[in-house]
Design a protein around this ligand. Structure first.
Ligand code: ADP
Length: 337
């Protein structure tokens, strides 16, 4: 396995940048998740790493080898990169076993079949080796696609929204199983998703993208606890925002003050408070608008001075019509405009 690195990469279509000065690293044997909304450039990064398109500036490295630079694009088939995409893309006329064996054409036949079966076994599908893709469920097809990508011992694998077509229960199961396989095999992985939970659950490192730029690259915990921008904070969970000015070292929201240690007096700033960082107690500072179940929590909409925020509170606490509000500093941030 090898690390995968993009350094100062630019890629433009008809003069419009899809990627602008992108630098990211998937460390060897680790999972780098690329998280961002549709159109933020995630798939373009995958195509550049796969060698399906050239870079317009910067370089792509696999390990120490430069595989893409201006005027040089190592062909896809010479890169030894495995790929799993959302639509599985299994060969419909080949069995599961033959799909996995497909990339092993340099091996003698017996060894090829043996290795394909071993990989099917690894994803729990040895007993389905003779089934055709249309006879397999979506989750099974995805597991065959993973086995097919890993069987030729690639230097890294690319997973592009691999779970998005699946129902939520299956999705979480398959995500965890896939992660276990990738960890066991110490596979360098780039994992594309627009789902914050997937990214937080799967990633060793997280790159948050917007408009073809990387807003932050960090371990998930660090991005969650110290988001570099408002968009990073918003990408990782439900938040509330408020725009105000710094006064006496803090921005004063209708729900309480948030410290602004790095901002000057009078500066305009955006405040971000995570929904779970809002603690509610008996009192009269804010009005409770409504309470709705939200998994293990209740989502409580509170209002003060005409501003409505959302708080995640322990489920089924008895709330009166008004509450006092405390903002936990660990989930409250200020950003200069
Ligand atoms: P994501 O995977 O995050 O949804 P993409 O990498 O697909 O984002 O796209 C990034 C930007 O590049 C988008 O604005 C998209 O419209 C544009 N784009 C991607 N591929 C092409 C292409 N082949 N031709 C023109 N524009 C493209």
């Amino acid at each position: 396995m090898s690390s995968v690195t993009l350094r100062n990469v630019r890629r433009a279509y008809a003069g419009v940048a899809a990627l602008d000065d992108v630098s990211i690293t998937a460390p060897e044997a680790k999972v780098l998740a690329l998280l961002g909304p549709s159109g933020s450039g995630k798939s373009t990064i995958m195509r550049l790493i796969a060698g399906l398109e050239p870079v317009d500036a910067g370089e792509v490295r696999i390990g120490t080898e430069i595989v893409s630079a201006v005027g040089r694009t190592l062909p896809a088939e010479a890169r030894r990169i495995g790929m799993v995409f959302q639509d599985y893309a299994l060969f419909p006329h080949l069995t599961a076993g033959a799909n996995v064996a497909f990339g092993l054409d340099k091996l003698p036949r017996a060894e090829r079949e043996e290795r394909a079966l071993r990989w099917l076994d690894r994803v729990g599908l040895k007993h389905r080796a003779h089934a055709y893709p249309h006879e397999l469920s979506g989750g099974e097809q995805q597991r065959v696609a993973l086995a097919r990508a890993l069987a030729p011992a690639p230097r890294a694998v690319l997973l592009d929204e691999p779970f998005s077509g699946l129902d939520p229960v299956l999705r979480a199961e398959l995500r965890d199983a896939t992660l276990a396989t990738l960890a066991e095999t110490k596979t360098t992985t780039l994992f594309v998703t627009h789902d914050a939970e997937d990214a937080l659950q799967v990633a060793d490192r997280l790159a948050i993208l917007k408009g073809g730029r990387v807003l932050q690259e960090a371990p998930p915990r660090e991005a969650y606890d110290n988001p570099a921008t408002l968009h990073v904070a918003a990408a990782l969970g439900p938040i509330n925002t408020f725009r105000g000015r710094v006064s006496a070292g803090a921005v004063h929201t209708p729900f309480g003050a948030v410290a602004a240690p790095r901002l000057g007096e009078g500066a305009e700033a955006d405040v971000v408070v995570r929904a779970e960082a809002i603690l509610l107690r008996p009192g009269a500072a804010a009005r409770v608008r409504d309470v709705r179940p939200h998994g293990a929590h209740d989502l409580v909409r509170i209002e003060a001075q005409g501003v409505v925020w959302r708080a995640l509170a322990p489920a089924r606490i008895a709330l009166s019509e008004t509450v006092d509000v405390e903002l936990a500093p660990s989930g409250a941030f200020t950003f200069a405009l």
